[in-house]
Design a protein around this ligand. Structure first.
Ligand code: AMP
Length: 394
């Protein structure tokens, strides 16, 4: 019987899943992708098969599918009917935080769950939902092996100097340090470069993961040596609804002068800032690019400006630059944004091939470009599935 792996990415109001089938060759084939969204408001399950054909589209009253556990029951029912002849060999979860020490995925045990629960204060908006999904699987199938794959793990190769903040040292010991995120995406890119761009795989590469969340990572010989995100996923680049790096004095000002509560500031920083806050229009880059409103252009200009600054900083960390790689929703799909970034990076030696960029080729810099530029689609789910297979020795 063929084996399949379930990959779960649980957010606050959604539960995304993918099903991968293990091939005899060791490769994995995606067999289903879907999500329950609107948890807590208007739950809806949508799923497609590996060819993109719809296999489920169902809505329920909120009282019927109110939480992750109930959403998982619905997903399990769908998967049992679709994959009746196959064996579910394991579940891989995206877990946002692995704390200071976990530099690799972890087999979930009761002890591991205690350790992961200790990181909830470090990622209160994400970690509880990730752990809730693990518990929900345990409740349905307690014997099924589960693997936690961390967004922070790939960055644990960074040296201590880069992970420090200039706070009293005991804060570092308490865990207030730069962790970096989007690690599964960067790990996938680092693992893919030797095949699609061997000439840069062992060099100095900055990867720009530009999606609704956005960050950049400096890779040296495929290992993370720097990242724009820090203690939380608020740091670094401006994003869809997050401001990115800003003077911490602003938070003090909002607390002391405006009398905002911590919850109100959290809402401002996670949900009302970034492209949405600056443009006043929305957080979707497609909408902003199509708009002729002055604040839409202002938001895009600032988005590019921040990438330019971070690129300079990470090139400095690397001691020079051999390549820039674009990935994620905006990075993979927007030729315009890639062009604007590359124009700002000419001083570093990037010479864009306009036609290759428009066509979305893998290499988008000219043949003579001293620093090359690339588009590499990311696949965090496949990275989780690979980790799960490896750890479970499937
Ligand atoms: P992700 O978080 O990686 O799924 O990226 C989602 C974001 O990618 C969306 O918010 C869109 O703004 C952006 N996006 C997707 N397609 C395009 C496109 N063709 N042009 C510009 N932005 C895009």
């Amino acid at each position: 019987m063929e084996k399949v792996i379930l990959v779960i990415n649980a957010g606050s109001s959604s539960l995304k899943f993918s099903v991968f089938e293990l091939q005899d060759t060791g490769e994995m084939r995606v067999r289903a992708v879907g999500q329950v969204e609107g948890l807590g408001t208007a739950p809806r399950l949508k799923a497609k098969d590996g060819k993109g054909q719809s296999i489920a589209d169902e809505c329920w009253p909120n009282s019927q599918v109110a939480n992750h556990a109930q959403a998982l029951q619905e997903i399990a029912t769908l998967l049992r009917s679709r994959f009746a002849g196959q064996v579910l060999a394991g579940v891989g979860h995206r877990v946002v935080h692995g704390g200071p020490d976990y530099s690799a995925p972890l087999l979930v045990t009761p002890e591991a769950m205690d350790a992961l629960a200790a990181f909830v204060p470090l990622a209160p908006l994400h970690q509880p939902h990730n752990l809730a999904a693990i518990r929900a699987v345990q409740a349905v199938q307690p014997e099924l092996p589960q693997v936690a794959c961390f967004d922070t793990a790939f960055h644990r190769t960074q040296d201590m100097v880069g992970q420090l903040y200039g706070l009293p040292y005991e804060y570092y010991e308490r865990g207030i340090r730069r962790y970096g995120f989007h690690g599964l995406s960067y790990e996938y890119i680092a693992a893919t470069l030797p095949t699609i761009a061997p000439e840069i795989a062992s060099g100095r590469v900055v990867v720009a993961h530009l999606g609704s969340g956005a960050s950049m990572c400096a890779l040296l010989n495929g290992r993370s040596v720097g990242s724009s995100m820090g203690f939380t996923a608020l740091d670094g680049l401006m994003m869809g609804t997050r401001p990115g790096n800003m003077d911490p004095g602003i938070v003090l000002y909002l607390l002391q002068q405006d009398g905002l509560s911590a919850k109100e500031i959290e809402d401002l920083l996670y949900k009302r800032s970034g492209l949405l806050g600056l443009s006043g229009i929305g957080n979707d880059m497609r909408v902003l690019l199509a708009s002729d409103a002055p604040r839409a252009s202002l938001a895009i200009d600032h988005f590019i400006y921040r990438i330019k600054r971070e690129l300079g900083a990470l090139a400095a960390v690397l001691g020079g630059l051999d390549a820039l790689v674009f990935t994620a929703g905006i990075g993979e799909n927007s030729a315009r944004i890639r062009q604007l970034v590359c124009e700002q990076a000419q001083w570093l030696g990037i010479d864009l091939d306009l036609a290759a960029n428009e066509q979305g080729s893998a290499r988008i810099s000219s043949a003579g470009s001293r620093v090359s530029a690339w588009v590499v689609p990311t696949n965090e789910e496949l990275m989780i599935a690979r980790h799960t297979c490896k750890l479970l020795a499937l």
